[in-house]
Design a protein around this ligand. Structure first.
Ligand SMILES: [Zn+2]
Length: 314
């Protein structure tokens, strides 16, 4: 068993997670802070704390970031949901404090590689992961390797016209199937006067409802909530059908808070994908939940360090 460990960091829109991960993919020590307005400072502080415990054994730092990444340079090309990261060179910012090997990757790509290394993707040579939350991210593993591409499946067009998206396009998958889409649709139906138990949540301030409120109401049988969650699932299925046709994966792995509504949201997606995808390709694909959950990004980021940093050889 390897004595070397790597630090995996996952910078998301809400939280930054950092952990020490060993050569078997197990998380040995994990910390979490709110992302806030100075994410790089927060990352440096978390990394400092982990270094103070593990200094002799750390062979590199892997950083997963929600955004478009130039992985050769270690630059965050675009990160619309994290303040102050766009244009930053994480390799040099973090490398100036810690003289070690640093790898930067997109968060959903890192999550895909984490699941390949130690989670739901272990037994699959070819798969795609979809991270279902505020937005929709994805990562692709082909022939057991992480594809070094953007893999922005959330921005596949599923509607020729349609709703505007944060990316500047209209009709993107994430505008129809994400938590944000579910909340937007529920609130707009309530504004129109549709009856729902959601009206009573948050002391009647239905503008405060979140996706969890809605899928819990759906699971309790609230008709409006069931409709919006099912509709989002159906749209997710349209996107999944395209991914199956494009990549002929062995598995589609799903992760994120919305999986709490598996029986409605994911079942609707599976039903829609089965109708739309090419039958011969659909028949060999498994649609399954992630095993690592929130840890997938940090484990994948650490695995990239083990792969790419020469000092990680025992
Ligand atoms: Zn988009």
């Amino acid at each position: 068993m390897s004595q070397n460990v790597a630090i995996g960091v996952d910078i998301g829109g809400t939280n930054i997670r950092a952990a020490v991960v060993n050569g078997n993919g197990a998380v040995e020590m994990k910390m979490k802070e709110a992302t806030g307005s100075s994410p790089i400072e927060t990352v440096l502080n978390l990394v400092d704390s982990l270094y103070s415990e593990y200094s002799q054994r750390i062979c590199g730092i892997g950083i997963a970031v929600a955004g478009i990444i130039d992985r050769d340079e270690g630059v965050v090309v675009m990160s619309p949901n994290i303040q102050g990261l766009t244009g930053k060179n994480l390799k040099s910012e973090i490398g100036s404090r810690h003289k070690t090997c640093i790898v930067v990757e997109n968060d959903a790509n890192a999550a895909a590689y984490g699941e390949k290394f130690a989670g739901a993707g272990r037994d699959y040579k070819n798969f795609v992961i979809l991270t279902l939350g505020t937005g929709i991210g994805s990562g692709i593993v082909i022939n057991n390797r992480l594809l070094p591409v953007a893999a922005e499946a959330g921005h596949i067009s599923i509607n020729a016209g349609g709703k505007p998206c944060v990316c500047g396009n209209v009709g993107c998958l994430e505008s129809y199937a994400s938590a944000t889409a579910i909340i937007g649709n529920a609130v707009s139906e309530i504004e129109k006067g549709c009856s729902s138990i959601l009206r009573d949540y948050h002391n009647g301030n239905f503008y405060k409802i979140d996706a969890e409120d809605i899928y819990k109401a759906a699971l309790e049988g609230d008709p409006l909530s069931r409709t919006v969650v099912r509709e989002a699932g159906k749209n997710l299925g349209i996107g999944i059908a395209s991914l199956i046709n494009l990549l002929s994966p062995d598995a589609v792995i799903l992760t994120g808070g919305l999986l709490g509504a598996w029986n409605i949201y994911v079942e609707a997606a599976i039903q829609e994908a089965s109708k739309r995808a090419i039958k011969e390709l659909y028949s060999k694909v498994k649609i399954i939940p992630s095993v690592l959950g929130d840890n997938a990004g940090i484990v994948g980021a650490a695995k990239l360090v083990f792969d790419e940093c020469k000092i990680c050889v025992d």
